[in-house]
Write a protein that binds this ligand. Structure first.
Ligand code: NI
Length: 166
C-alpha cells in the first residue's frame, strides 16, 4: 500500500470528469486500498479518486467513529433523492482548514458497484448522505466551495495560494 498525494484546491485537475470503471482487476483493488489508506491517514471521512489525480468513478468513505467500516463505491449513481434538504457544515481534504454550510438533499438511494464489480444499492441519510454526495461531486469535477458565494470562494482561493508558498 502507498499513500497518495491529495490535490489541493484550486488545482485545475480537481475539475476533471471521472471515467466509468469497467475493469475490476488487481490494479483497481490496489488503487482502492491506497485511497483508503490515504483517507485514514489524512484523516478524513471520504475521498474521491479525483482528489488523488485518478480520474475514475471511485469513492471511499468511512464515517464510523471506530474507523473500521470502509465503504467503497465504484460507478455510484443517485437513483433517488428526498425533496427535503438539509444543511451541513462540510469540509474537504482538498481544501484544508475550511468549513462551510452546504444544502443538499437529506436522504438518497445510491446504486454502485463494489471492488469486484457486483452491483448494490444503499439508502443513506445524515453524514453518510452528505459524504456520498460530496464525494460524487468530486467525480464530476466539483469542489464543495463552488456552492459558496463568489466572494467566499475568492477568499478561499487566496488563502490556499498563500499556503502553497514555501
Ligand atoms: Ni472533498
Amino acid at each position: 500500500m502507498a499513500l497518495l498525494e491529495i490535490l489541493c484546491y484550486p488545482d485545475p485537475r480537481l475539475h476533471k470528469i471521472a471515467k466509468t470503471v469497467d475493469v475490476f482487476d488487481e490494479r483497481l483493488d490496489e488503487l482502492v486500498k491506497n485511497m483508503a489508506q490515504t483517507m485514514y491517514e489524512a484523516p478524513g471521512v471520504g475521498l474521491a479518486a479525483t482528489q488523488v489525480d485518478a480520474h475514475e468513478k471511485i469513492i471511499v468513505i468511512d464515517t464510523s467513529d471506530t474507523r473500521d467500516e470502509l465503504l467503497v463505491l465504484v460507478n455510484p449513481k443517485v437513483i433517488w433523492q428526498s425533496e427535503e434538504n438539509k444543511s451541513w457544515r462540510e469540509g474537504c481534504l482538498s481544501v484544508p482548514d475550511f468549513f462551510d454550510e452546504v444544502v443538499r438533499p437529506d436522504k438518497i438511494v445510491v446504486k454502485a458497484q463494489n471492488v469486484k464489480g457486483d452491483f448494490f444499492e444503499m439508502e443513506a441519510e445524515g453524514l453518510m448522505s452528505v459524504c456520498i454526495q460530496h464525494e460524487m461531486d468530486h467525480l464530476i469535477g466539483k469542489v464543495f466551495v463552488e456552492y459558496l458565494s463568489p466572494l467566499k470562494r475568492a477568499r478561499i482561493k487566496n488563502k490556499m495560494k498563500k499556503r502553497e508558498r514555501p
